[in-house]
Design a binder for this molecule. Sequence first.
Ligand code: ADP
Length: 610
Amino acid sequence: MTGDWPSQLRRIAAECLFGGVVLAVLIFAGFRLGLGVAATGFICLTALVLLSLRGSLTSSVLLSAAAVAALAYIFSKPIVVDLKAYITRDVALAIAFPLTTLIVTWLVKGVRKRAAALSESEHHWRAIFEQTPTMYFLIDANGTVQSVNGFGAAQLGYAVSELAGQPVMGIFLEADRSLVQDNLTLCAQTPGQSRVWEARKIHKDGAVLWARVNAKFVRWGASEPIFLVSSEDITQRKEAEEAVRRSEAYLQEAQRLGHIGSWAQDLSTGVMTASPEMVRIFGRDPAKDLLNVTLTRESVHPDDQAFTNQVVERGAKSGADFEFEHRIVRPDGTIRHVHSVAHPVFGEGGALVEYTGTVMDVTDHKQSEEALRQAYTDLARVNRITTIGELTASLAHEVNQPIAAAVANANACLRWLAADTPDLEEVRAAAEAIVRNGARAAEIIGRTRRLFEKGAPQREPLEIDDVVRETVLLLGSEASRYAVSIRTFLAAGAPELVADRVQLQQVLMNLILNGIEAMREVEGRREIAIRSQIADDKQIMVSVSDTGVGLPPEQAERLFDTFFTTKPNGTGMGLSISRSIISAHGGKLWAEPNEPRGAVFRFTLPTAAI
Ligand code: ADP
C-alpha cells in the first residue's frame, strides 16, 4: 500500500461510502423483490468481490461486515435487538459470508498483484526491445509479419503498422529471397534450432542494408508455431569488408603490374606470410604453393648467399630499415634479380616483433641497364675510333718522329762502324738511341692500339697524373699542328684511383681536342692548361682550360646532350660520352667559362675504389 495515512483513510472512506451505497441498494432491491436472504447475500457477495478488485482489503472487510449486519437486519430481526438469536439461527451465513469475502478479496488481491507485476515486466521488456538496436520480427508459418519492434520497422523506414500483416519476403532484396526462403524452410524443419545467415534488406526509400539474421521456429503451448527472427544491421561492417577486399584487390593488381611482392614475418612464431606476387616472383604458383622463410632463403643465388646473410644480420642489429639487391634461383633454374626492402616492427615494450618488407623483381630493369651500358660502351668505342681516325695525320707524324730519329741514329752508327778505327762508344750510344726511339714508336702504336681495342671496361688502380701525361704525349703533334701549347700542372700526386685507363684517356682526349678546335680560329695565345689537384672533399679534380671561342652562349647544359654539336662535321657524342664515363666512375663533369677567354671543363673522381 502506498501513500500517507490521511490520504489512505480518505481512500478507504470513499471506498466504504461507494460500496455501502451499492450494497444498500442491492439489499434493499433483494428485500423488495423478495429474493430471500441467500440470493440477496449471493448478490452482495458478488458485489463485494467486484468492489474488492478495485478497493483495499480494509474497505472490503468493513463493507462485508456492514453487508452481514444489513442482511441480518433486513431479512431477520434487527441485529441490535436479537443478534444472539440471529447468530444461533444462521451461524453458517454469519461466518461464511465475511470469510468468503475475505478469502476472495485476498485471492483477488494476489491475482491483481501478479497481474500488475506481469504487466510491469512486460512494459520493461517492451521498452528494452524497442530500444535495442536489433530488429525483431514475429513471423507466422506462412511468412507473414505478425509483429515487429519499433526499431526494426524504423530501420527499414516503416511504421510498425505498415509492416504488420505484410509478407516478410517483401523486405528482402529480390536476389536474396531464395536464400532467405531456404533458411526459413530449414528452420521449420528443425524447430527450436537457431539458424544464422546474412542477407540484404531494402529500406522503404530503396537503399540496401545488410543484415545478419538469426531465426528460430518455435511452438508455445497450443498456439500456432511461429518464427522468432532477430536481425542486426551489418551494413557498415560489410562496407568496410568490401572496402578492404577492394583495396586488397587493387594492391594485388598493383603488385602484379609493378612486380612487387610483399611479406611479413612474425618473429614469435617464425611464420611468414607472402603476397601472391611475392610467391610468383619466387617462381611458384600462388594458388598452390606457400612461401616460407626457409624456401625464401634457399632461393637466394649461391653466389649471393654470404652477402645476403651479412646484410640481413647487419640490418637486424641496426634495428633500422635496410635494402639490398641480390639474385634468386627459381625452381625451374631461371635467375631473377630482386630488390629487397625490410622494415622492423616493434611491439609496445619496444621489442622487435615482426618484419615486413617488399621484394621487387628488377630483372627487366637490370637487363635494360646492361643493354644500355653495352650500347654506351659501343658508342664510346665508336667515338674513340672516330677521334683516332681524325688524328691519323698527327699520329703518323708522332710515330714518324722516333722512326726518323732511329734511322738517323742507324746511319750515324753505320758511319762510326765504317771508320778505320770504329769508335765503339759512339756506336753503342747510337745503337741505344735506336732502341729508345724504336721503343717510343712502339709505345705510341701500342697506346693507339689500346684505344681501338674492343673489350669490357676494366678497372685498375692508377694515378690520374700518369693518364694525363700519356694523353698529352699522344696529342702533342695534333696540338703543334695548330700552334697550340699544352701545359700541365699536375698536383694530384699519388692517391690511388680505381678506374678504366682507356676510358679516362678518352675523356681527356675529347676535352683536349675540343679545346684545340675551339682555338683554331682564334688570334693570339693558344694554350691548353691541364691541372690536377686533390679537392677539399678528398676527390681528385682535373680541369682542362683553353683560350678558345668560349662556350656557346646559353647552351652550357646542352653541350652534354647526345648529338649536340655546333661544328659542321661534329658528332655531338664526345661530351655526352665523357660525362657518362665520369659518372660511371662516381664523379661529375661540367663546363664553365674561362677567364679572360675560352672555356674550362672540370671533372672530379672519388679516390676510394668503386
Ligand atoms: P662535337 O665535338 O662533335 O661537336 P662534343 O660533345 O665534344 O661534340 O661537343 C659538343 C659541343 O660543345 C661542341 O659542338 C661545341 O659547341 C661545344 N664545346 C665543346 N668543347 C668546347 C670548348 N672547349 N670551347 C667551346 N665550345 C666547346
